[in-house]
Design a protein around this ligand. Structure first.
Ligand SMILES: Nc1ncnc2c1ncn2[C@@H]1O[C@H](COP(=O)(O)OP(=O)(O)OP(=O)(O)O)[C@@H](O)[C@H]1O
Ligand SMILES: [Mg+2]
Length: 492
């Protein structure tokens, strides 16, 4: 059957090892994610959520069995690796012809829609990242969490939901993991079971496989957002108020040193990205990240990325190495994607040695906690400095802490903007400029509330604002923020 297809047209570029008869997708060679380039061109199918409808679940089981049958027949009939090496269009057309022939020969009853879905899924298996392709194509999905082959969760509009999509088995999932990490020259296996990588579209990926992950390979993807969120867009979705967005823009323009604090997935990197929009085009910016996520729009940006050790444990370049090195690169601003180690000290030193306007993000639940964490990171870096000296350094280097949070209704908000006022005795004094007050829950389950000023009309960075010609704007913004605060007090 289909013997003629064994002689496919001459293969382009690098030769690909043939796949043995009886193989599965898991046996396909790695790094052939041609589908990624085509992803955005594919019509988007909406993700079905699991557990909604028992009949559909049964349909799904039948569908997966059918897909496996056709896939096995295809493997027996043709050299799938050769198909994978064709141009995307040719490969899709080959797979379509084959699948149609197999379905007709086997006399399987499928509707037109099922046949189309089947062909698309088979193309994704052979050419791309299998079941993930469908999820990657959906713009509304932020995060994809694969917990073994049978359980895939996504975050849609801020809410975690289980999908009814699954991998055929652990081997197929592991193969997809290898394809992904293969793109950054890595492999995951018993010897190195953890890996960070990036998809071609910029999405950030973490892979952890057995024996560390007990239920099979676990894949976590933070999808790269094509429509970059801006402060104005955040006002529209309620993450910020207009005066708060203005305040953030002024903070960026005045070259304040800023730390963005928040829990995991609270929107720290997105906020950092937004603040960078206020940076002048003339400035030289150096960014240091573990996985490059920032999308700065300025022309003069140098992007640096850390490097994990290789299989022999050599060649690691840490965040600290990068931050230290970038001090020798004549930066005007240094931006650290995530501060989570001893680089905290180097960033602070950069902040008070002429690199005003430097920024970073840090995991913490409040501005106060962010300062404790910063101190702890410096101490853990085995620096023999007293806590008084470390606190003094923090208070003279850092100007503003912006707190981001993902609330229980799935929305993301700026919860607080606080400025570092100075050191009183052993305590760093923080003063809140604006906060978000939760007022209750609406009928739709959404949390209600508003951003208001905290009664400060003249922030400590006032002189800095005047130096940059932003003092009048700052006065107006603080008035607007505090007007909300005062109205609230009157109502109470
Ligand atoms: N204000 C917002 N409204 C809606 N979605 C947002 C908002 N801010 C960020 N997001 C989305 O939430 C997800 C997490 O955002 P982001 O990567 O900025 O978080 P993070 O705090 O840096 O996460 P991590 O701790 O993993 O680094 C992304 O998909 C992003 O597009
Ligand atoms: Mg982040």
């Amino acid at each position: 059957m289909f013997g003629r297809r064994r002689s496919l047209p001459a293969l382009p570029e690098q030769p690909v090892a043939p796949v043995a008869a009886g193989a599965t997708v898991a046996d396909l060679p790695v790094a052939v994610p041609a589908a990624a380039a085509q992803r955005s061109a594919q019509p988007q199918r909406s993700v079905m959520l699991a557990g909604r409808d028992g009949l559909r679940e049964k349909d799904r089981d039948r569908y997966y069995r059918l897909k496996q049958e056709i896939f096995t027949a295809m493997v027996e009939a043709v050299d799938l690796a050769a198909i994978a090496a064709l141009s995307n269009e040719d490969a899709r057309s080959e797979i379509r012809d084959l699948a149609n022939e197999i379905v007709s020969l086997r006399d399987v009853a499928v509707t037109f829609e099922e046949r189309e879905e089947l062909i698309k899924d088979l193309c994704d298996d052979v050419l791309g990242l299998g079941p993930l392709e469908e999820l990657l194509a959906q713009d509304r999905i932020n995060d994809i969490m694969v917990n073994g082959p049978n359980q895939i969760y996504v975050e849609v509009d801020g809410r975690m939901q289980r999908t009814n999509i699954r991998f055929r088995d652990s081997a197929q999932l592991l193969n997809v993991c290898q394809r992904i990490v293969g793109q950054v020259g890595r492999r995951v296996d018993d010897a190195s079971p953890i890996c960070d990588a990036r998809l071609q579209d910029g999405s950030r990926v973490n892979v952890i496989v057995p024996p560390l992950a007990l239920e099979g390979p676990v894949l976590t993807i933070r999808k790269f957002r094509k429509d970059r969120l801006t402060l104005d867009a955040m006002i529209d979705i309620g993450s910020l108020s207009e005066p708060l967005a203005e305040l953030i823009k002024i903070i960026g323009r005045c070259r304040c040193n800023v730390l963005i604090s928040g829990g995991t997935g609270s929107g720290k990197t997105t906020l950092l990205n937004c603040i960078t929009a206020s940076i002048d085009d003339t400035e030289r910016i150096v960014t240091c990240e573990d996985t490059a996520e920032l999308q700065l729009q300025q022309p003069h940006v140098v992007r640096l990325e850390t490097r994990p050790p290789n299989l022999e444990g050599a060649g690691e370049v840490t965040m600290r190495d990068l931050v230290r090195n970038c001090l020798r690169m004549r930066p005007e601003r240094i931006i650290v994607g995530e501060v989570r180690g001893p680089e905290a000290l180097d960033l602070l030193q950069a902040m008070n040695t002429g690199h005003d306007g430097s920024m970073g993000t840090l995991h913490a639940n409040s501005p106060r906690e962010a300062l404790y964490r910063l101190e702890a990171l410096i101490t853990l870096g085995s620096v023999q400095l007293s806590s008084k000296i470390i606190r003094d350094m923090i208070s003279t280097s850092l100007d503003v802490v912006i707190q981001a949070e993902r609330l229980r209704d799935g929305s993301r908000k700026v919860m607080s903007i606080a400025e570092v006022v100075g050191l009183e005795g052993d305590t760093i004094v923080l003063q809140e400029l604006a906060v978000f007050d939760v007022a209750g829950e609406g009928a739709d389950g959404r949390l209600m509330g508003q951003h208001r000023g905290a009664g400060i009309y003249r922030p400590k960075f006032w002189d800095r604002a005047r130096y940059f010609g932003e003092d009048r704007r700052l006065a107006r913004v603080m008035e607007d923020l505090n007007a909300v605060g005062e109205a609230e007090t009157r109502i109470a």
